[in-house]
Design a binder for this molecule. Structure first.
Ligand SMILES: *Cc1c(COP(=O)(O)O)cnc(C)c1O
Length: 373
Protein backbone atom coordinates (compact mmCIF):
# COMPACT_ATOMS: atom_id res chain seq x y z
CA UNK A 1 0.00 0.00 0.00
CA UNK A 2 0.96 3.62 -0.42
CA UNK A 3 2.38 4.63 2.99
CA UNK A 4 0.22 7.77 2.91
CA UNK A 5 -2.87 5.57 2.65
CA UNK A 6 -1.77 3.50 5.66
CA UNK A 7 -1.29 6.65 7.72
CA UNK A 8 -4.68 8.01 6.70
CA UNK A 9 -6.36 4.71 7.62
CA UNK A 10 -4.82 4.65 11.07
CA UNK A 11 -6.50 7.96 11.80
CA UNK A 12 -9.90 6.33 11.43
CA UNK A 13 -9.39 3.49 13.87
CA UNK A 14 -8.64 4.82 17.32
CA UNK A 15 -10.46 6.88 19.93
CA UNK A 16 -8.71 10.09 18.93
CA UNK A 17 -9.66 9.55 15.29
CA UNK A 18 -12.77 9.20 13.13
CA UNK A 19 -13.83 5.90 14.69
CA UNK A 20 -17.59 6.39 14.99
CA UNK A 21 -20.30 4.97 12.76
CA UNK A 22 -20.55 7.38 9.81
CA UNK A 23 -24.31 6.87 9.71
CA UNK A 24 -24.69 8.15 13.30
CA UNK A 25 -25.35 11.76 12.46
CA UNK A 26 -26.98 12.48 15.83
CA UNK A 27 -23.55 13.18 17.33
CA UNK A 28 -20.34 14.95 16.45
CA UNK A 29 -18.28 11.75 16.30
CA UNK A 30 -20.44 10.19 13.61
CA UNK A 31 -20.61 13.45 11.74
CA UNK A 32 -16.84 13.61 11.64
CA UNK A 33 -16.58 10.15 10.06
CA UNK A 34 -19.39 11.02 7.66
CA UNK A 35 -17.61 14.21 6.57
CA UNK A 36 -14.36 12.33 5.92
CA UNK A 37 -16.18 9.77 3.77
CA UNK A 38 -18.00 12.41 1.77
CA UNK A 39 -14.75 14.30 1.17
CA UNK A 40 -13.15 11.06 -0.01
CA UNK A 41 -16.08 10.35 -2.30
CA UNK A 42 -15.96 13.89 -3.74
CA UNK A 43 -12.21 13.63 -4.38
CA UNK A 44 -12.53 10.33 -6.20
CA UNK A 45 -15.56 11.49 -8.17
CA UNK A 46 -13.76 14.65 -9.21
CA UNK A 47 -10.77 12.81 -10.62
CA UNK A 48 -13.06 10.33 -12.41
CA UNK A 49 -15.12 13.16 -13.90
CA UNK A 50 -18.42 12.17 -12.27
CA UNK A 51 -20.70 13.42 -9.52
CA UNK A 52 -20.26 12.36 -5.90
CA UNK A 53 -23.77 10.95 -5.97
CA UNK A 54 -22.76 8.63 -8.81
CA UNK A 55 -20.04 6.79 -6.87
CA UNK A 56 -20.99 4.12 -4.36
CA UNK A 57 -18.62 2.13 -2.19
CA UNK A 58 -18.48 -1.67 -2.26
CA UNK A 59 -16.10 -4.33 -0.94
CA UNK A 60 -14.11 -4.42 -4.19
CA UNK A 61 -14.38 -4.95 -7.91
CA UNK A 62 -15.80 -8.45 -7.50
CA UNK A 63 -18.79 -7.01 -5.70
CA UNK A 64 -19.04 -4.02 -8.05
CA UNK A 65 -19.07 -6.35 -11.04
CA UNK A 66 -21.74 -8.53 -9.41
CA UNK A 67 -23.88 -5.50 -8.60
CA UNK A 68 -23.53 -4.06 -12.09
CA UNK A 69 -24.20 -7.27 -14.01
CA UNK A 70 -26.85 -8.90 -11.85
CA UNK A 71 -28.29 -5.55 -10.83
CA UNK A 72 -28.96 -4.51 -14.45
CA UNK A 73 -29.98 -8.00 -15.56
CA UNK A 74 -32.60 -8.43 -12.87
CA UNK A 75 -33.92 -4.90 -13.13
CA UNK A 76 -34.24 -4.78 -16.93
CA UNK A 77 -35.01 -8.40 -17.85
CA UNK A 78 -38.46 -7.34 -19.04
CA UNK A 79 -36.71 -5.42 -21.86
CA UNK A 80 -34.50 -8.30 -22.96
CA UNK A 81 -32.37 -11.09 -21.62
CA UNK A 82 -29.23 -10.82 -23.72
CA UNK A 83 -25.84 -9.68 -22.41
CA UNK A 84 -22.57 -9.23 -24.31
CA UNK A 85 -19.20 -9.65 -22.64
CA UNK A 86 -15.83 -11.09 -23.63
CA UNK A 87 -14.26 -14.48 -22.98
CA UNK A 88 -11.21 -12.77 -21.44
CA UNK A 89 -13.04 -11.07 -18.56
CA UNK A 90 -12.22 -11.57 -14.90
CA UNK A 91 -13.99 -14.52 -13.25
CA UNK A 92 -16.20 -12.15 -11.30
CA UNK A 93 -17.81 -11.20 -14.61
CA UNK A 94 -17.78 -14.64 -16.20
CA UNK A 95 -19.25 -16.35 -13.15
CA UNK A 96 -22.06 -13.78 -12.90
CA UNK A 97 -22.83 -14.44 -16.54
CA UNK A 98 -22.79 -18.19 -15.98
CA UNK A 99 -25.25 -17.74 -13.10
CA UNK A 100 -27.52 -15.61 -15.29
CA UNK A 101 -27.39 -18.21 -18.08
CA UNK A 102 -28.69 -20.69 -15.54
CA UNK A 103 -31.77 -18.54 -14.94
CA UNK A 104 -32.60 -17.97 -18.58
CA UNK A 105 -30.36 -15.18 -19.84
CA UNK A 106 -28.45 -15.46 -23.08
CA UNK A 107 -24.80 -14.43 -22.98
CA UNK A 108 -22.47 -13.73 -25.91
CA UNK A 109 -18.80 -14.21 -25.03
CA UNK A 110 -16.77 -12.28 -27.59
CA UNK A 111 -13.36 -13.63 -28.54
CA UNK A 112 -10.44 -11.27 -29.04
CA UNK A 113 -7.73 -11.66 -31.68
CA UNK A 114 -4.41 -13.41 -30.90
CA UNK A 115 -3.11 -10.19 -29.40
CA UNK A 116 -6.02 -9.97 -26.97
CA UNK A 117 -7.87 -7.15 -28.69
CA UNK A 118 -11.57 -6.98 -29.45
CA UNK A 119 -12.73 -5.38 -32.65
CA UNK A 120 -15.52 -2.86 -32.52
CA UNK A 121 -17.17 -4.63 -35.45
CA UNK A 122 -17.48 -7.88 -33.55
CA UNK A 123 -19.06 -6.05 -30.61
CA UNK A 124 -21.58 -4.30 -32.86
CA UNK A 125 -22.32 -7.50 -34.76
CA UNK A 126 -23.29 -9.25 -31.51
CA UNK A 127 -26.00 -6.72 -30.62
CA UNK A 128 -29.60 -7.90 -30.80
CA UNK A 129 -32.97 -6.35 -29.98
CA UNK A 130 -32.74 -8.22 -26.69
CA UNK A 131 -29.35 -6.84 -25.60
CA UNK A 132 -29.64 -4.92 -22.34
CA UNK A 133 -25.99 -4.81 -21.27
CA UNK A 134 -22.46 -4.82 -22.68
CA UNK A 135 -19.72 -5.44 -20.10
CA UNK A 136 -16.03 -5.19 -21.01
CA UNK A 137 -12.82 -4.69 -19.09
CA UNK A 138 -10.54 -1.77 -19.88
CA UNK A 139 -7.28 -3.57 -19.06
CA UNK A 140 -6.89 -7.32 -18.82
CA UNK A 141 -5.46 -8.51 -15.51
CA UNK A 142 -3.45 -11.37 -17.04
CA UNK A 143 -1.96 -9.70 -20.10
CA UNK A 144 -2.24 -5.95 -19.48
CA UNK A 145 -3.93 -5.57 -22.89
CA UNK A 146 -5.97 -2.37 -23.20
CA UNK A 147 -9.31 -2.20 -25.00
CA UNK A 148 -10.32 1.06 -26.63
CA UNK A 149 -13.13 1.71 -24.18
CA UNK A 150 -13.61 5.30 -25.28
CA UNK A 151 -14.28 4.28 -28.88
CA UNK A 152 -16.56 1.42 -27.83
CA UNK A 153 -18.50 3.67 -25.44
CA UNK A 154 -19.14 6.21 -28.18
CA UNK A 155 -20.24 3.51 -30.62
CA UNK A 156 -22.77 2.20 -28.07
CA UNK A 157 -23.92 5.62 -26.89
CA UNK A 158 -27.19 5.78 -28.82
CA UNK A 159 -28.16 2.14 -28.33
CA UNK A 160 -30.84 1.28 -25.84
CA UNK A 161 -28.57 -0.66 -23.48
CA UNK A 162 -26.14 -0.16 -20.62
CA UNK A 163 -22.36 -0.22 -20.95
CA UNK A 164 -20.38 -1.47 -17.96
CA UNK A 165 -16.59 -1.27 -17.71
CA UNK A 166 -14.44 -3.27 -15.31
CA UNK A 167 -11.70 -0.72 -14.64
CA UNK A 168 -10.03 -2.62 -11.79
CA UNK A 169 -6.69 -2.76 -13.63
CA UNK A 170 -6.84 0.61 -15.33
CA UNK A 171 -8.03 2.99 -12.60
CA UNK A 172 -5.09 5.01 -11.33
CA UNK A 173 -3.00 3.91 -14.32
CA UNK A 174 -4.91 5.30 -17.29
CA UNK A 175 -6.85 8.51 -17.43
CA UNK A 176 -10.56 7.86 -17.09
CA UNK A 177 -12.83 10.80 -17.74
CA UNK A 178 -16.44 9.86 -17.21
CA UNK A 179 -17.56 13.35 -18.18
CA UNK A 180 -16.54 12.69 -21.80
CA UNK A 181 -16.95 8.93 -22.02
CA UNK A 182 -20.49 7.57 -22.22
CA UNK A 183 -20.04 4.65 -19.82
CA UNK A 184 -23.02 3.81 -17.58
CA UNK A 185 -21.29 1.72 -14.91
CA UNK A 186 -17.64 1.36 -13.93
CA UNK A 187 -16.02 -0.91 -11.33
CA UNK A 188 -12.99 -0.01 -9.19
CA UNK A 189 -10.83 -1.95 -6.72
CA UNK A 190 -8.77 -0.22 -4.00
CA UNK A 191 -5.95 -2.73 -3.81
CA UNK A 192 -5.14 -2.43 -7.51
CA UNK A 193 -3.92 1.14 -7.04
CA UNK A 194 -2.00 0.82 -3.76
CA UNK A 195 -5.03 1.11 -1.50
CA UNK A 196 -6.30 -1.52 0.95
CA UNK A 197 -7.97 -4.80 0.00
CA UNK A 198 -11.66 -5.23 0.67
CA UNK A 199 -12.82 -1.87 -0.69
CA UNK A 200 -13.89 -0.72 -4.11
CA UNK A 201 -16.38 1.42 -5.92
CA UNK A 202 -19.09 1.35 -8.52
CA UNK A 203 -19.85 4.37 -10.66
CA UNK A 204 -23.54 4.43 -11.58
CA UNK A 205 -24.41 7.18 -14.02
CA UNK A 206 -27.65 8.92 -13.06
CA UNK A 207 -29.40 6.49 -10.71
CA UNK A 208 -32.80 7.39 -12.17
CA UNK A 209 -31.74 6.19 -15.60
CA UNK A 210 -29.43 3.41 -14.55
CA UNK A 211 -31.42 1.45 -12.00
CA UNK A 212 -30.04 -1.58 -10.24
CA UNK A 213 -31.66 -4.37 -8.27
CA UNK A 214 -29.47 -4.49 -5.16
CA UNK A 215 -27.69 -7.68 -4.12
CA UNK A 216 -28.09 -6.92 -0.42
CA UNK A 217 -31.02 -5.56 1.54
CA UNK A 218 -30.59 -3.80 4.84
CA UNK A 219 -30.01 -0.26 6.05
CA UNK A 220 -30.40 2.44 3.48
CA UNK A 221 -26.70 3.21 3.00
CA UNK A 222 -25.48 4.05 -0.49
CA UNK A 223 -29.07 4.76 -1.62
CA UNK A 224 -30.05 1.23 -0.64
CA UNK A 225 -27.86 -0.12 -3.45
CA UNK A 226 -25.22 -1.32 -1.04
CA UNK A 227 -26.49 -1.33 2.53
CA UNK A 228 -24.14 -1.91 5.45
CA UNK A 229 -22.05 0.33 7.69
CA UNK A 230 -19.49 2.18 5.60
CA UNK A 231 -15.90 1.24 6.53
CA UNK A 232 -14.40 4.69 7.11
CA UNK A 233 -10.79 3.51 7.24
CA UNK A 234 -11.07 1.47 4.05
CA UNK A 235 -12.68 4.34 2.15
CA UNK A 236 -10.14 6.90 3.36
CA UNK A 237 -7.31 4.50 2.51
CA UNK A 238 -8.65 3.93 -0.99
CA UNK A 239 -9.30 7.62 -1.68
CA UNK A 240 -5.83 8.60 -0.45
CA UNK A 241 -4.24 5.94 -2.66
CA UNK A 242 -6.36 7.07 -5.61
CA UNK A 243 -5.32 10.69 -5.19
CA UNK A 244 -1.65 9.70 -5.17
CA UNK A 245 -2.12 7.40 -8.18
CA UNK A 246 -3.76 10.27 -10.01
CA UNK A 247 -0.97 12.69 -9.15
CA UNK A 248 1.86 10.30 -9.99
CA UNK A 249 0.25 8.60 -12.99
CA UNK A 250 2.84 9.84 -15.48
CA UNK A 251 5.75 9.06 -13.22
CA UNK A 252 4.42 5.60 -12.32
CA UNK A 253 3.86 4.89 -15.99
CA UNK A 254 7.41 5.80 -16.93
CA UNK A 255 8.82 3.84 -14.02
CA UNK A 256 6.89 0.70 -15.01
CA UNK A 257 7.87 1.16 -18.64
CA UNK A 258 11.53 1.32 -17.62
CA UNK A 259 11.22 -1.83 -15.49
CA UNK A 260 9.36 -3.62 -18.29
CA UNK A 261 12.07 -2.72 -20.80
CA UNK A 262 14.77 -4.09 -18.50
CA UNK A 263 12.93 -7.35 -17.85
CA UNK A 264 11.97 -7.83 -21.48
CA UNK A 265 15.54 -7.30 -22.67
CA UNK A 266 16.84 -9.82 -20.14
CA UNK A 267 14.28 -12.50 -21.02
CA UNK A 268 15.00 -12.00 -24.72
CA UNK A 269 18.51 -13.37 -24.10
CA UNK A 270 16.79 -16.76 -24.19
CA UNK A 271 15.57 -18.49 -27.33
CA UNK A 272 11.96 -19.59 -27.53
CA UNK A 273 10.45 -16.73 -25.51
CA UNK A 274 6.98 -15.47 -26.37
CA UNK A 275 5.40 -12.36 -24.96
CA UNK A 276 1.63 -12.66 -24.86
CA UNK A 277 -0.65 -9.69 -25.56
CA UNK A 278 -0.38 -6.79 -28.00
CA UNK A 279 2.89 -5.00 -27.09
CA UNK A 280 1.68 -1.68 -28.49
CA UNK A 281 -1.66 -1.82 -26.68
CA UNK A 282 -0.86 -2.86 -23.15
CA UNK A 283 0.09 -1.50 -19.77
CA UNK A 284 3.75 -2.01 -18.98
CA UNK A 285 3.19 -3.22 -15.41
CA UNK A 286 1.99 -6.68 -16.46
CA UNK A 287 4.18 -9.05 -18.44
CA UNK A 288 2.78 -12.36 -19.64
CA UNK A 289 5.45 -14.60 -21.08
CA UNK A 290 5.88 -18.22 -22.18
CA UNK A 291 9.11 -20.17 -22.59
CA UNK A 292 9.27 -23.11 -24.99
CA UNK A 293 9.73 -26.47 -23.24
CA UNK A 294 9.20 -25.03 -19.75
CA UNK A 295 5.90 -25.52 -17.94
CA UNK A 296 4.58 -22.63 -15.87
CA UNK A 297 4.28 -24.82 -12.77
CA UNK A 298 7.90 -25.97 -12.90
CA UNK A 299 9.17 -22.41 -13.24
CA UNK A 300 6.93 -21.04 -10.50
CA UNK A 301 7.87 -23.82 -8.09
CA UNK A 302 11.57 -23.33 -8.77
CA UNK A 303 11.30 -19.62 -7.99
CA UNK A 304 8.53 -19.64 -5.41
CA UNK A 305 10.64 -18.18 -2.59
CA UNK A 306 12.09 -15.43 -4.76
CA UNK A 307 9.55 -14.22 -7.29
CA UNK A 308 5.80 -13.83 -6.90
CA UNK A 309 4.78 -15.17 -10.29
CA UNK A 310 1.37 -16.38 -11.30
CA UNK A 311 -0.12 -18.46 -14.04
CA UNK A 312 -3.64 -17.62 -15.02
CA UNK A 313 -5.02 -15.07 -12.60
CA UNK A 314 -4.15 -14.88 -8.92
CA UNK A 315 -7.71 -15.72 -7.95
CA UNK A 316 -7.40 -19.11 -9.69
CA UNK A 317 -3.98 -20.22 -8.49
CA UNK A 318 -4.11 -23.52 -6.75
CA UNK A 319 -6.38 -24.96 -9.35
CA UNK A 320 -4.15 -26.30 -12.14
CA UNK A 321 -5.95 -24.86 -15.06
CA UNK A 322 -4.58 -23.10 -18.10
CA UNK A 323 -5.45 -19.45 -18.47
CA UNK A 324 -8.92 -18.87 -19.91
CA UNK A 325 -7.65 -15.53 -21.19
CA UNK A 326 -4.82 -16.93 -23.31
CA UNK A 327 -7.03 -19.79 -24.45
CA UNK A 328 -9.63 -17.30 -25.67
CA UNK A 329 -6.86 -15.52 -27.58
CA UNK A 330 -6.26 -18.77 -29.45
CA UNK A 331 -2.97 -19.54 -27.72
CA UNK A 332 -2.31 -23.28 -27.41
CA UNK A 333 0.20 -25.94 -26.46
CA UNK A 334 3.48 -25.04 -24.73
CA UNK A 335 2.81 -21.39 -25.10
CA UNK A 336 -0.48 -21.75 -23.21
CA UNK A 337 0.74 -24.14 -20.52
CA UNK A 338 4.04 -22.34 -20.10
CA UNK A 339 2.64 -18.85 -19.61
CA UNK A 340 3.52 -16.96 -16.44
CA UNK A 341 2.47 -13.51 -15.41
CA UNK A 342 4.70 -11.03 -13.63
CA UNK A 343 3.44 -7.69 -12.47
CA UNK A 344 5.26 -4.86 -10.79
CA UNK A 345 4.64 -1.33 -9.76
CA UNK A 346 5.62 1.95 -8.19
CA UNK A 347 7.54 0.44 -5.30
CA UNK A 348 9.64 -2.04 -7.25
CA UNK A 349 13.23 -1.10 -7.98
CA UNK A 350 15.42 -1.66 -11.03
CA UNK A 351 17.66 -3.87 -8.91
CA UNK A 352 14.73 -6.12 -8.01
CA UNK A 353 13.66 -6.43 -11.62
CA UNK A 354 17.18 -7.18 -12.80
CA UNK A 355 17.52 -9.87 -10.19
CA UNK A 356 14.16 -11.36 -11.10
CA UNK A 357 15.04 -11.36 -14.79
CA UNK A 358 18.42 -12.94 -14.11
CA UNK A 359 16.91 -15.70 -11.96
CA UNK A 360 14.22 -16.43 -14.52
CA UNK A 361 16.80 -16.75 -17.28
CA UNK A 362 18.90 -19.10 -15.11
CA UNK A 363 15.97 -21.29 -14.13
CA UNK A 364 14.50 -21.51 -17.62
CA UNK A 365 17.92 -22.62 -18.91
CA UNK A 366 18.27 -25.14 -16.07
CA UNK A 367 14.79 -26.59 -16.59
CA UNK A 368 15.39 -26.94 -20.33
CA UNK A 369 18.64 -28.73 -19.63
CA UNK A 370 16.78 -31.16 -17.33
CA UNK A 371 14.29 -32.08 -20.05
CA UNK A 372 17.17 -32.78 -22.41
CA UNK A 373 18.92 -35.12 -19.97
C1 LIG B 1 -8.67 -7.73 -9.22
C2 LIG B 1 -9.71 -7.66 -10.27
C3 LIG B 1 -11.06 -7.82 -9.96
C4 LIG B 1 -11.54 -8.16 -8.57
O1 LIG B 1 -11.29 -7.12 -7.68
P1 LIG B 1 -11.35 -7.36 -6.11
O2 LIG B 1 -11.38 -5.99 -5.55
O3 LIG B 1 -10.11 -8.11 -5.77
O4 LIG B 1 -12.58 -8.12 -5.82
C5 LIG B 1 -11.98 -7.70 -10.99
N1 LIG B 1 -11.59 -7.44 -12.25
C6 LIG B 1 -10.30 -7.28 -12.58
C7 LIG B 1 -9.94 -6.96 -13.99
C8 LIG B 1 -9.32 -7.38 -11.61
O5 LIG B 1 -8.03 -7.23 -11.94
Amino acid sequence: MAPEAVTAMLQCLTGDGAFANPASLQHHFGERAHALIEDARADMAKSLGCKSSELIFTSGATESNNLAIKGIALRYQHKGRHIITSATEHKSILDCCKYLEGIGFQITYLRPDQQGQLSLDCILAALTEQTILVSLMQVNNETGVIQDIDRIAHALKDKDLFFHVDAAQSAGKLNINLANTPIDLLSLSGHKFYGPKGIGGLFVRNRKQTQLTPLLHGGGQEYGLRPGTLPTHQIIGMATAFRIADESMQEDYQHCQRLADILTAQLKQLDGVHFNGAPAHKLANIINVSFDQVGADALMIALRDEIAMASGSACNSGAIEASHVLRAMGIEGDRLYGAVRISFGRYNTEAEIKQAGQRMVEEVARLRQLTLE
